[in-house]
Design a protein around this ligand. Sequence first.
Ligand SMILES: Nc1ncnc2c1ncn2[C@@H]1O[C@H](COP(=O)(O)OP(=O)(O)OP(=O)(O)O)[C@@H](O)[C@H]1O
Length: 337
Amino acid sequence: MSNTPSVENTSPESATELKTGEPGSLPAIEMKGVSHRFKDHNALDGVTFNVPQGALHGFVGPNGAGKTTSLKLICTLLKPQTGQVRVMGKSVTTHVKEVRQLIGFMPDHFSSYRQMTVFEYLDFFGAAYGLSMRRRNEVIDDILELTDMAGRQQSLVGGLSRGMQQRVSLARVLINDPQLLLLDEPASGLDPRARIELMEILQALQEMGKTIFISSHILKELEELCDSVTIIDRGRIKYSGTMDDLRDHGHENIAYRIQLVNGTEDPIETLLGIQGVVSADSVGKSRAIRIVLDENQIDSNRLLSELIQRNITITSFEKEQRQLNQAFMDLTEQGVR
Ligand SMILES: Nc1ncnc2c1ncn2[C@@H]1O[C@H](COP(=O)(O)OP(=O)(O)OP(=O)(O)O)[C@@H](O)[C@H]1O
């Protein structure tokens, strides 16, 4: 395989144009032409993408796509073999210590320290980061407040629910006030309420100015939470950019969805008679119809006036946007790696 950056649906340049972050500020994460081999297996092949400061950025890909390998490179647990990885402009190869101070890495499993109380656990990591006892007490109070765990200081970590353990894990990551949070599958195994609450905490952290890079398989949540996303498959970047661009990207023809008033006669034949309508199909068992247009022949205004002229009464009219899971299916290949 070549080492040439392979960005099939967006160029590396467009990946650097993400709009979040202060103008002119260095990207929080910069990967440029990164390839990584394990023996004869290419785990990453010319990976190039940027995450701007202040972004809440999703990182998605099928099993074996190269997400964990990328995360390990960014958090200095692996050394890049080819290409460059920078955090806030600092190379992970030459500025390991500085990079480690900038990041907080939350792995997908919470395995040890089960016999400690929440306070002991956080205090232990605070001490490891060199914080004084007074400073640790202040920081731990603030972090427990932020993660909605005030009053849990004396609970045993091992006795907490999975959702609470994830919050303790997140609290631990926040101890040294990192600018960049790297979260590997933070919502896996959480019930719906715990997930929503975790997402709210992440949004609050973004509002505080943190950059959050979140690897996840739970596309629905990423879609609601993230402003930008990178899709990786078989070690290659398939898309990196804003969530909005992804929704518009890749449509050959533009589609609209109309909702009919109850009792309206089936208008599909009539719709197909409008010049520029490529297809018109009922959506499931609802009274909605999906209309695909050839944009060279008709735009949304014309379509609306054609509907009115033909007495097709509707209660809603909206442009169809590609969902993240559809984009994921379109951009990634079949089969488990
Ligand atoms: N230490 C290793 N030795 C050999 N191969 C490895 C090693 N680590 C990862 N790989 C391989 O590199 C590829 C990418 O792995 P990686 O763990 O980065 O994928 P992933 O996207 O995180 O997958 P998952 O979603 O399943 O965790 C896989 O094919 C994997 O088998």
